[in-house]
Ligand binder design. Structure first.
Ligand code: UDX
Length: 431
């Protein structure tokens, strides 16, 4: 089976490589020439654990090729659309221009019997509209949302939790079953449904995850004024199997290319459908999340006696989460930029995210060395819980800094151990 993958960003590059790893013939297509040149040289254009290895094997075997010419999709019988759906400038709605352009460019190259498979996260109703464009060619359309997490994208693609097919005909189910044969044989649950449900599954899952994080962060706000400890609270409620401990990590909140924009786009779409009130709570979820960034900035001001001006602050992390170089809507980078805006001498470090952060915020000072970042700092702020930051020894770290003050924006440290080493420790939702 030969497939094309249109869009070679985080989603498409991983999907193309993983499908080739599973034995399919794959052509990855993107309009960005430099991205395609790097992929052709088996160099991932972003950091993702496990991707370099499968990309190298698949390109060397000839099963995976790349092109900037959409006409090269001809000859494939399944075409995955994996382009981005960013937030529209000046609005909360999803910007569908890349999805629309990809499908329109593909139309002249489709043959009867081909299947176009949407993977991008889209507002409910998009698949129905695109099917009307695809079907006159004799091809059909399926919506097959992707649930991969950055940092675990290869594993999540090869061994997904579940497969969701939004389809209008049995042919699409047969074709997708062939594509996902390995996962299905391993027992992966498969839900076959209509377009609207498939589109909604994706946004509902992300809305639920965002809500879970903001729920615990709301509890952190209450803990902060009552002396309670939100991490113990999370442990205790998480033992209830109906609640579960995962995604109850209180801290500086969620960011990245998905959760923030997806809850906003969902709200915007619900409003268009006249059902804004059904998801009005997602606005609160967003506000709670953004308030946690304010809280970290306020704690920094407090820790430094009322002003951060001209004080050295070591910011540990710029990526939106560990094991990723992605800085899109990163709480960590946002905090660093705001502290700098308040006059602090900010030095930020991150194992993978510095290059992307510098491209967006060249005004910040970055240092790849953790020790140099910490040296002579008046305050240490942990905002992305990379293992190397979590593993810092409070005694040894105390010898490099100028002032033993730490803000643990991810509740990653043992407050007792840091206090015992002489540090002023401030966590989120912790006394
Ligand atoms: C998310 C979804 O998990 C994935 O299924 C979907 O396909 C894309 O969006 P991703 O953005 O890669 O994936 O990251 P995820 O691991 O979900 O983390 C999102 C954000 O939430 C990060 O900023 C993370 O730091 C934060 N988070 C996560 C918390 O603040 N607390 C938690 O307990 C968990």
């Amino acid at each position: 089976m030969r497939i094309s993958v249109i869009g070679c960003g985080y989603l498409g590059a991983v999907h193309a490589s993983a499908m080739a790893e599973l034995g399919l013939d794959v052509i990855g297509i993107d309009v960005d020439e430099s991205k395609i040149a790097r992929l052709q040289a088996a160099e991932p254009p972003f950091f993702e654990p496990g991707l370099p290895e499968i990309l190298a094997t698949a390109t060397a075997s000839g099963r995976l090729t790349f092109s900037t010419d959409i006409a090269d999709a001809k000859g494939a019988t399944v075409h995955f659309v994996a382009v981005g759906t960013p937030q529209k400038p000046g609005s909360h709605a999803a910007d569908l221009r890349f999805v629309d352009a990809a499908v329109e460019a593909l139309l002249p190259h489709l043959n009867p019997g081909d299947l176009v498979v949407g993977k991008s996260t889209v507002p409910v109703g998009t698949a129905e509209r695109l099917a009307a464009l695809v079907e006159p060619t004799g091809a059909s359309l399926a919506w097959n949302p992707e649930f991969l997490r950055e940092g675990f994208a290869v594993k999540d693609t090869i061994e997904p939790d579940r497969l969701v097919y939004g389809v209008r005909d049995d042919h699409a189910v047969e074709v997708l079953d062939q594509v996902y044969r390995v996962a299905l044989e391993a027992g992966t649950p498969r839900i076959v449904t209509d377009y609207a449900t498939a589109e909604l599954v994706k946004v509902a899952a992300n809305a639920f995850l965002a809500t879970k994080i903001s729920f615990i962060n709301a509890m952190a706000e209450i803990a902060e004024v009552t002396g309670a400890d939100v991490t113990q609270l999370a442990d205790a409620i998480g033992h209830d199997a109906r609640i579960g401990r995962r995604f109850l990590g209180a801290g500086v909140g969620f960011g990245g290319g998905c959760l923030p924009k997806d809850i906003r786009a969902f709200t915007a779409r619900a409003e268009e459908l006249g059902k804004g009130e059904s998801v009005a709570f997602l606005k609160e979820v967003d506000s709670i999340n953004l308030r946690r960034r304010d809280r970290v900035v306020d704690l920094a001001i407090d820790a430094l006696g009322g002003s951060v001006n001209d004080r050295k602050i070591a910011v540990l992390g710029v990526a939106f989460k560990p094991h990723s170089d992605d800085v899109r809507d990163s709480p960590a980078l946002d905090v660093a930029v705001r502290l700098k805006g308040l006059g602090a001498r900010v030095v930020a470090t991150d194992p993978e995210g510095i290059e992307n952060a510098r491209a967006r915020h060249p005004q910040l000072d970055y240092n790849a060395s953790l020790d140099e970042t910490l040296r002579d700092a008046d305050l240490v702020v942990l905002v992305t819980e990379w293992p190397e930051f979590r593993g810092l020894d409070p005694v040894a770290t105390g010898e490099i800094v100028a002032g033993k003050r730490v803000i643990d924006g991810r509740n990653s440290y043992d407050p007792a151990a840091w206090r015992a080493a002489g540090w002023e420790y401030r966590g989120l939702g912790r006394a």
